[in-house]
Design a binder for this molecule. Sequence first.
Ligand code: SF4
Length: 241
Amino acid sequence: MEDKIKHAKELIEFAVTNYPRIAIACSFGKDSMVTVHLAREVDPNIKVFSVMTLYKPKETFEYLKLMNVRWNLNTTVYMVADSIPHAFQGDSLEVRILPTAEFNINAFQVKTQTGKELYEVDPDECCRLLKVEPTKIAMKNLDAWICGLRNTEGRTREDYQEIENKGGLIKVNPILTFTEAEIWRYIATRDIEPHPWYGKGYRSLGCETCSDIGGELERDGRWKNTSKCGGECGIHTQRLK
Ligand code: SF4
C-alpha cells in the first residue's frame, strides 16, 4: 500500500505542476477524503469543490461542514437550489446557488404525468440536472481536476485510466488502484473521521433517495432496484467541457 500512496502523490504532484488551474472534487465520501488528504500533503492549498444536491442526507451536509472547518478546506459548494440550505446558513462555507428552473419544470412535468419524483422515473435526467451540469460550471475555470474514483468500486469503473483527457479537460484519478480495504486502512491509520453513514453499513454514498445498503460490489447500493443500479451519475462518463 505504501507504493500506491507514493504513486498517488506522484500523480498529484504531476497534475498540480502541469495544470495550475486545478481542483479536487470532493463528495465527502471515504474515497474523496483519502484523495483530499493525499493531495493536501502535496499541495496544502489545493482548491476543493463539492457538488451537493438537496437530496443528499443531512449527515452529508453536517459532515461537509465539520471537515471543511477541521481541515480548513475552503470548499466551494455548487448546488441547484432556490436558496442556501438551512444546514449551510451561517457558515463560512462558500455556496454557489445555481438556477432551478430546468429542474423544477422537468420534475413538475414528471410529477403531473406519473405522480412520481424525477429521480424515480428518470434518474439519468435528474443526475444530469443536479450533478453533471453543476460540475460543468465548476469546471469552467479549470484545466484539470482530481477525484477519488477507484476501479474496484463497481462494474462501471473497471476501465478508467489514472490520467484522462476528455475534450481537453484533464482528470486525474490518483487512488484508482486502491482497494476498499486499503481506503479504510488509510483512513484508520491517519485518524480520519469518516462520514457517519458508513457506520450504518453503506459502502458508497450519494443522494439519500438513491443510496442503499448492500450488494456484492461497493456501488451496488446506488440506484438499487432500478436499471441504473450500480451505475454512474454522469460526471465520469460525459464531457464536462
Ligand atoms: S442520485 Fe438520485 S436524487 Fe441524486 S441527482 Fe441522481 S437521480 Fe437525482
